[in-house]
Design a binder for this molecule. Structure first.
Ligand SMILES: [Zn+2]
Length: 312
């Protein structure tokens, strides 16, 4: 599907994946010489759709830019590189992760925030947007206001932030400044009203933060308690993912000095030295259950109380 002159969407269907909406999206920029934004899952259907698109445009693939090091974005990179000789580019912070996750696949070019890659006369600007993962990239074509968002912003729904909500919120603020007209996400449909969508996500995250504060104002809770109290309308299969976002919010509140946390096993000593942690945890890894407490101003009243939220 043509998104704009010299920009094509290759949508790889994913009907049965709970976390990935309806499609994983790869974008082809350029017609004679081309750049791929991500490389699909590396599975047969995914590879075939990408090679078909390259054949249709008879583009020579020069670049594969990987927005972040998750399999559904780098999976096809090795086979595409082998077949076309394209250079693989990632954010410098992700080079080691790519080698580790993708069977020693090495990046040929390391990108930084505000790097520019030019392909077939199109200037593609690089924006580092940590949050979903540390070396996340978004790409921007100023001529046309086309913003490729990887997993930083999805076509529908919200992303799992995996730790650093402070950085994620900062990344969203930065993306808003670009005044894009169309969002090309890593999954799900294109979004025509880019600014509105970005503001919606910012509002949604602020709403979740206010819900967390409102619940903590009633008593101390673990992240899992908060998920059970707040995500009542969300499929329980997604609660583990929701917990990662709740932890991301709690990390932000810790950094802002608005909550403190206690290790339940150790019996109630505040865990100050753990405040700056926030590395993504491995699937299924058990961690101690911290209890979070709202820090109230000296008057003993909650910092902010949003009446009714999460109680209906
Ligand atoms: Zn993804």
């Amino acid at each position: 599907m043509q998104v704009a002159p010299k920009v094509r969407l290759i949508a790889i269907p994913e009907d049965n994946h709970l976390m990935r909406l309806t499609s994983t999206n790869v974008y082809l920029i350029g017609e004679r010489e081309a750049l791929l934004v991500d490389s699909g899952l590396g599975e047969e259907l995914s590879n075939r759709l990408i090679f078909d698109s390259l054949a249709e445009t008879s583009a020579k693939l020069a670049w594969i830019v990987i927005t972040h090091v998750h399999k559904d974005h780098f999976g096809g990179a090795a086979i595409l590189k082998e077949a076309t000789g394209a250079r693989i580019a990632v954010h410098a912070a992700n080079a080691a992760a790519l080698e580790k996750e993708a069977d020693s696949l090495k990046a040929d070019v390391l990108l930084e925030d505000q790097s520019v890659v030019e392909v077939d006369g199109v200037k593609v600007e690089v924006i580092n947007t940590p949050g979903h993962s540390p070396g996340d990239l978004c790409l921007y074509i100023r001529d046309g206001g086309i913003l490729f968002t990887g997993d930083t912003i999805l076509g529908t729904g919200t992303v799992v932030v995996d730790g650093d909500m402070v950085q994620y919120m900062r990344s969203l603020d930065r993306l808003l400044e670009y005044e894009a007209t169309i969002l090309c996400p890593g999954h799900g449909p294109l979004v025509q009203d880019a600014g509105r969508k970005i503001r919606e996500i910012i509002d949604h995250r602020n709403m979740r933060e206010e819900q967390i504060i409102a619940h903590l104002a009633k008593g101390n809770m673990t992240p899992w308690d908060l998920v059970q109290a707040i995500y009542v309308d969300v499929d329980p299969k997604l609660h583990k993912a929701a917990e990662r976002n709740v932890k991301g919010h709690l990390l932000k509140l810790l950094q802002e000095g608005r909550v403190r946390k206690f290790d339940r096993q150790l019996g109630g000593e505040p865990e100050h030295e753990k405040v700056a942690e926030g590395q993504p945890e491995k699937e299924g890894e058990e961690e101690p259950a911290f209890i979070y407490e709202l820090i109230r101003p000296s008057g003993g009243r909650p910092i902010r109380r949003i009446a009714g939220i999460g109680e209906s």
